[in-house]
Design a protein around this ligand. Structure first.
Ligand code: FES
Length: 243
């Protein structure tokens, strides 16, 4: 994301919050804390709830729905919260507040964190950036599972089941989250969920078999990635459904 004007300082109340609309449909939450400004994802990382409706005392933001909390200066999860907030870099120029995105989605995501730079570089070289409009379908149940995806921005809805017995299996909100991971499993050649963009979204699309080949040449990285993938799958399947 290039440096983008998000709002005026005077738009954000002292020790208060403002939800800002960006071009392309992205929403960003701007917070004032003692005269300093911070910018985060606008929606709660737990469920589809606007954080601007939460409770904020100038230091701690609390989502009113299930009381997840974050330190507003770092976006770190505190209390009951199980996930941090996606953070944007803030620049101030006179009365104007600008934001830029944090690191590359592949760098901030958990799946490939800590692996050797050369291996990560080979994986980055395989990634194709894909922009999707709201309503666009990435894949449906039964489609070949060739590629997996890493969310750069936007929101993806997952639906499992067939015909009228479908049920939502959650939303993806955090930059760096991986989905479509069946492409990294030999035993799962077909999709078991439907993935649809519910707002304009940007993704990295990566061929699963090509990544497995890269990981074969770096067994330490391959072991670390497969361990993380198995805990990620267990986490997703336990409470909600398949991604
Ligand atoms: S929706 Fe925000 S904590 Fe559950």
């Amino acid at each position: 994301m290039p440096k983008t004007l998000i709002c005026k300082r005077s738009d954000v109340p002292d020790n208060g919050l403002k939800e800002c609309d960006m071009q392309g449909g992205l929403k960003v939450l701007v917070a004032n804390s003692g005269g300093d400004y911070f910018a985060y994802q606008a929606m709660c990382p737990h469920q589809d709830v606007p954080l601007c409706e939460g409770l904020y005392d100038g230091a701690v933001l609390t989502c009113h729905q299930h009381l997840w909390q974050w330190d507003i200066r770092t976006g770190s999860a505190i209390g009951l919260a199980e996930a941090p907030l996606e953070c944007f870099k803030v620049e101030i120029d006179d009365d104007s507040i600008y934001i830029t995105a944090g690191g590359d989605a592949l760098d901030v995501g958990e799946l490939f964190s800590g692996i050797a730079d050369s291996t990560l570089g080979s994986i980055k070289a395989l990634a194709q950036r894909q922009e999707m409009q709201a309503g666009g379908t990435l894949y449906g149940i039964g489609d070949p599972a060739d590629d997996f995806f890493i969310l750069e921005s936007g929101r993806i809805e997952f639906v499992i089941g067939r015909d009228d017995r479908t049920s939502p299996a959650g939303f993806m909100l955090r930059k760096g989250e991986v989905f479509g991971w069946a492409a990294l499993l030999d035993s799962q050649p077909l999709r078991i969920a439907k993935a649809k963009c519910i707002e304009p979204s940007i993704l990295l699309r990566i061929n699963g078999k090509a990544v497995l080949k890269v990981l074969e040449s770096d067994p330490a990285a391959g072991y670390a990635v497969m361990r993380r993938l198995s805990s990620l799958i267990a986490r997703y399947l336990a409470p909600s459904g398949a991604k």
